[in-house]
Design a protein around this ligand. Sequence first.
Ligand SMILES: Cc1cc2nc3c(=O)[nH]c(=O)nc-3n(C[C@H](O)[C@H](O)[C@H](O)COP(=O)(O)OP(=O)(O)OC[C@H]3O[C@@H](n4cnc5c(N)ncnc54)[C@H](O)[C@@H]3O)c2cc1C
Length: 302
Amino acid sequence: MIAVVVVRGGALPAGADETVAEAGGRALLIGDGTAAAAADLRAEVRQVEIVEAGPFAPGAWSAGLAARLAREQLVLLPASPDGRDLAPRLAHTLGRPLLAGALEVSAQRAVLARQGGLVAEEHPIAGPAVVTLVPGVRGVEPLPAGYRPPEPGVVTLSPGAAGVHDAEVVEVSPPDPSTMDLAEAPFILAGGAGLGSEEAFRTLEKVAGALGASMGATRVVTDFGWVPFERQIGTTGVAVDPEVYVAFGISGAVQHTSGLGDPEHIIAVNTDPSCPMMAMAEVAIVSDAPAVLTELAARLEA
Ligand SMILES: Cc1cc2nc3c(=O)[nH]c(=O)nc-3n(C[C@H](O)[C@H](O)[C@H](O)COP(=O)(O)OP(=O)(O)OC[C@H]3O[C@@H](n4cnc5c(N)ncnc54)[C@H](O)[C@@H]3O)c2cc1C
């Protein structure tokens, strides 16, 4: 099994480390800035190859990687936006099935998340396949003491890549935090049942906008219909991995926090100082969350 990871500007996508770990430490990094990205991997790597191939070109890359990947029984990609784009093209070029949205993969079987994550379906693997792994579920074991990653091997795309037509990138706009995929959001302001009303979520949306953050929510809130389902963070929602996570009126149930990744900074506002979310927080503010939000909105003139 080998992990194929798309790199943009030296940055690894969400789920890269988990995919490499699930593939037993064998990885092929493709894109631009792959050497720097290989050095940033936080999973134990046994063998790594880098393909410096410039901007994302899934059509040309799948044609150019086909010969190299044909001898791999399982090709595993993170189910990041680029991984979800490249995976079906690789599956088509290699003439294999695509198993999308796996929680776990081995040579014999994949466990696939289905029905919005409510069902985990076991799927036997009988032959070669391409698989995408849902970020934020598996986690990664800590690196062993004294670990040194192997030197990357340099691979070039085979001539099959030439002449394959890909969309031409005219301009890359920075993502809009209010609409970007939460899985990729670096800064999230999330609200829970403690915000108490749909109106408070409109204020949360404005404050997030003023701070350049994305808005997230708990399942209780999406079940109320205060916020659309795609904003739900957790086991049955989106797995996120922001640098900063601010939780307003969220208790920190395991089904929520298991989808939180490993934020560098957590700030929580809650009336209950001993709830799990406050225990996880670097800054825990014991206060009325809607009132804090209203004050923030006023100060930011949101
Ligand atoms: C199979 C399954 C899957 C699930 N998947 C998910 C999932 O993907 N994501 C998810 O989030 N949940 C999920 N859940 C639900 C999860 O178990 C919790 O019920 C949910 O996360 C709790 O949401 P909450 O923190 O908003 O609400 P609550 O647990 O009700 O917590 C509300 C918090 O607000 C605080 N509070 C109350 N009033 C105020 C105030 N005025 N100011 C400040 N704080 C206040 C309270 O002290 C409390 O800590 C799942 C559950 C199951 C069974």
